[in-house]
Design a protein around this ligand. Sequence first.
Ligand SMILES: Nc1ncnc2c1ncn2[C@@H]1O[C@H](COP(=O)(O)OS(=O)(=O)O)[C@@H](OP(=O)(O)O)[C@H]1O
Length: 416
Amino acid sequence: MAFWSSTSVFTSKVPRKILFMFTLSLSVTYLFYSLMSCYNSLQFPLQENYVYQGRLVTEETTFVTLREKLYSATQGFTEFTEAEKTTAVSTVKDHAEAEQRTVEWIRTQTSPTKSAAAYHTVALERERQEFSTTDSELRVNSTSDYGEKKLPQAIIIGVKKGGTRALLEALRVHPDVRAVGNEPHFFDRNYEKGLDWYRDLMPSTLEGQITMEKTPSYFVTNHAPKRIHSMARDIKLIIVVRNPVTRAISDYTQTLSKKPEIPTFEVLAFKNRTLGLIDASWSALRIGIYALHLETWMQYFPLSQMHFVSGERLIVDPAGEMAKVQDFLGLKRIVTDKHFYFNKTKGFPCLKKPEDSSTPRCLGKSKGRTHPKIDPDVIRRLHKFYKPFNMMFYQMTGQNFEWELEEDSESRSSQD
Ligand SMILES: Nc1ncnc2c1ncn2[C@@H]1O[C@H](COP(=O)(O)OS(=O)(=O)O)[C@@H](OP(=O)(O)O)[C@H]1O
């Protein structure tokens, strides 16, 4: 009774208008937050599967949190086996050791008597030879010595076997892009040679032209982000990503083509196959943990300076991907579908023959190799291993690359 009477006093004292306004503002706030959460779930439809829920921002503390979440991702994911959890965690911890092991492995596999330095020389020479085919075949915008040599304003930093060569060659069709054909490996192998050495590798550019290079190993080189940042904090970074499982097989296929005696993919992929213990320290597998590598880059560069190209779409819709890349680089959309055709023999899109050239237009033999057949059970286990890292990568980039759909269609066709 007392309550009733005090309420009526309250309602009579406070004008109805104020009460109405108060209720309205509460409803609007509620509506705003509902719409926001709806927007987020539309953008990241898989997010309830993630351990890491928030979008990544550039604060130090957030990266610390992310790393913790990255570790705990292996515990929070029900599909992970105990063995896989251990492997995923050890991937992070054994990073340095893994680098070392990879070098060791390559050294012993390629030539037991050669030093690491000698190995690198051989590898560089091999790269140069491999490259010279594609470079001379595909140089479509004629090289001129006018202008001046500048440090790059944009770099394709990865990923190895993602489709980086195809992207660079398509970009070189653009009259406002000048790129060094070879991979300079400045920020990983040649840093001590200095910025003048690096600049000297670049082609001369005229006013308004962009200087570019591509070295896919930068993406997985720990000190590359810091070094690139100290050269140009406003640089644009392009990363071509591809389903990490296919990428790993492509990587392995490349090594196999040079060293046919290496163990099978299935052998190299596991520390212990019976226990299902995946060897994530094997570089072919480690490179594909994109979220982990991206985290390092995000400590130096905002997402707005990065552009992610889908390696899969670059094959099925090169013009579509090129439109987005040109927009990102602030270039006019000059490279369009008119520049591509699908070459049935090659099985890939190729560049149409430019008027001023009689050279072939497809990439060389080292691009688009036939992959060996891999045990479907191993592929399934690898998809499962990568899934939480892929989810995290989608969250970080705000892009869903839909690699899980590929897995679904693969498993459907293997059941047929
Ligand atoms: N147009 C076109 N032509 C040929 N190949 C193409 C093309 N677009 C993308 N790809 C894919 O590029 C893969 C090689 O990737 P990269 O150029 O990044 O390799 S490398 O890291 O520079 O060695 C290569 O991988 P593999 O198929 O495993 O050889 C191709 O699948």
